[in-house]
Write a protein of this length. Sequence first.
Length: 125
Amino acid sequence: MRPHCLLILALVLLPPVAAAADRRGLITGGWQPIKNMSDPHVKEIAEFAVSEYTKQAQGQNKLVFESVVRGDSEVVAGINYRLVISAKNESVVDPAADDYEGIVWEKAWEHFRQLISFHQLSKTN
Ligand SMILES: *[C@@H]1O[C@H](CO)[C@@H](O)[C@H](O)[C@H]1NC(C)=O
Ligand SMILES: *[C@@H]1O[C@H](CO)[C@@H](O)[C@H](O)[C@H]1NC(C)=O
């Protein structure tokens, strides 16, 4: 009887856990490097991440998109894009471009896009 109970418990518990992981796009793994970085769609996603971040910061942190440095994507009820984005911080006098990592979740068929996370990558030099 015990193993059956555990199995049923697992079946009941697993789907919501998996769905939660999908929404945050962190646990599912399976990141693949984006092969064609000149795809205009990748740039569009990066620009969305920068403008969404600026919008959420309510003008406190105005970033200006420069370029996409590199990126990965993974399929999760849509596609997660994890992009390294070069951008300038307009709040700084004479800004230099820094690298930021933005994660965007897109469900293209629903015209749905959401900024999952955005932060500056630590400077290496
Ligand atoms: C990359 O994407 C660009 C723009 O869509 C396209 O012109 C080019 O042929 C693609 N390159 C490869 C290797 O698929
Ligand atoms: C932009 O610069 C301002 C002033 O130094 C700083 O407070 C802010 O955190 C910076 N924003 C980002 C996204 O790095």
